[in-house]
Design a protein. Sequence first.
Lengths: 69, 698
Amino acid sequence: MGSFAWIRLEIVRISYDIHRLEKLEQQARDDVNKVTLKINEARSPVRLERIAREKFDMKKPRPEQVIKL
Amino acid sequence: MNRIRWLGFFFFVFAAGIVTRTVYLQFAFDEKLERLSKRQFNSKLTSLPRRGLILDRNGEGLAVTLKVRSLFIRPELMRKELNASERARLSNIISKGIHWPKQRVIEKIRSDRGFVWVKRQLSQTEESFLRSHKILEFGDSVGLVEETRRFYPNKELAAHVLGSVGIDGQGLEGLELLYDAILSGEQSKIDSSRDARGRRIFRGENGLFAFKDGQSLVLSIDRTIQFDAEKALDQAVREFGAKAGTAIVAEVETGEILALANAPTFNPNVANQYSADSRRNRAITDAYEPGSTFKPLIAGLALENGKTTRSKIYCEMGSFKVADRVISEAETHEQWGWLTLGEVIQHSSNIGAAKIALELGVDSITGFFDKLGVGKKTGLDLPGEAPGRYSSSEARSSVRLANVGFGQGFTTTSLQMLSFYLSIANNGQWIQPRIVKAILNEDPESIVRGTLRWKLDHRFENSKSKKIFEPKTAKDITRMLELVVNENGTGKLAQLEDWPVAGKTGTAQKIDQETYRYSRSKYISSFVGFAPAKNPKLVTLVMLDEPTKKYYASETAAPVFREIMQAALIRTQVPPVDSKVRLMKLANQSSIDAIEESTEATAPRGGSESLASGVAKSPDVKLKRNDKNEIVLPDLRGLSIREAVRAIGTEPVKLEIHGSGIVREHFPKPHETLEPGGRLRLVCSSHERKKSRDLFPE
């Protein structure tokens, strides 16, 4: 009788742990996605090209300026 | 005394009733009571899976899903719970928070429904505003519920490939639609009990595997090449006044699509604000008569049927009668006599091509078209692909057959034409084009070990392929296509300095939709080709629909091809065919040997950024500080802007750049000082180096 009660209590306790860890995992995944979005927005070629042009007055390299060895 | 007895009897009966009811509730089986109990303590919880990511071939995110909140109200309940002034305050907060006119909010509140969405998928700013104004303290009649929202961080980039999703996260177009089941994941319901705080208590194993997020896609698309293609195409459409355009870049060896661009385009973040015309993926949905770009393929069939590149064809001096029609060259002034097969392609002779088709005959051409895939979809994994059209019965007419020779009388899509040229570039072997490279799965073993790793599910490794030409025929066609791009050919504006190109122009008349005859003012201008010609790595197609300011493909599509192909070859690090030629142009004073020696010693593997300015190695130039903590400027003259910025490093300097290229002068001058936060002006001009500057410091 006592063992049965203990097992039931353990199930409840472990369920709470699973619930808490699931929440943490969900939150971590959400954070990863948020950061991924920010990184990708920052690295967007449209944005980088605009900064290169407007802030640094850069232009696309002419063919003779690019060397691959 | 009597009263006390009556009171006692009354309490006895009351207590007996309670005990009886208690015994009954505890031991008797009552279905209704059991149902009520289960409803309270047991629940079917629905897990919301996260939609998978879409990444480019280098892992850059193209589509990402985030959890967001949506605002709802319960108008019926609100009228019971809140008084008029509370409702007015609430509508004020909502109106300010989500930037709606107050009247619109009031109309929602006045609804006679039990549940009303106010706004789905709030932005972070909107949610923060509502929470900071304590909107949830208005009771159960207003709330924020968690949903998911799809974001496309690069906005219009690859929009037609990615597609878009609806408000409920379901795929509507493009890959989002085709791979909806894989991206969506699985919604599951798990049996569990709930405690007083709503926390789950599992009853079985099922709960552990309830959450199945969507899987992520890895595309063959290269985000940088896609950007370059879209930019060049957009510029060409505007410059030449075209109605629309398409550009596709693919890898020859694998058939992987590196870029697929259409103009006009749309922003999938707000897809519903764009017309269906903008959202159409013309590269695969629009079939048109390909015109002269098809001639090399007919020539290939002729080579496989006994002709050689030197076989001569008489081109009737510009006028060729077939049945009751007269076929002429594209330009009325062109009057060719005898041309070799190679020259027919180089000069794009309609009469030469027509004669080849007539000699081959309808059965041979029909069999070839069937093998090639004209009138059939390529099978690219994008929805909405059109097969094009070819009718063998119609081609039995000699006029129609002659037309087929120069690319009229049947239709193909841009994607199909690209795949045909890919087969020429790939030694005669056609490969099925594809866009999805792999699907990302979580590595189940790593989950057990406590780390999270991705595993590529390479279900697309073996593409379909089939032989179209013998390798020798493919090489012969390539030689003919190289002639097109030389100084005497129609495609000379498609030439690249460092990589030999093989390709073909096509300026095809469109059918006038009112007269059903070939229009004299509406054309499809296209160029399709591959590079490097002898050992092709990439194939590119550019198509402009109804350019108005100029319409010849040699002047419109060919230069766009050059720009896109060059960017793609640089990006994929295809080495120039002859690097000694490049070095000779740069070496004003130094010998080739000295430069090669130096660059071999200093260049990192895979190419060097510092070589972009023509300087073999950046001198180690940095800003320094003196005893007074002022910034001491070194001599930045002769450096490229990039090198100058690198030399500045993290010093607090306001940079002002005039011109571009190499730094000629700067103010303050070399060895002068600058206050931290002061302004440094660089005056630059294009790639002129100071001759006295030592390129190879010890």
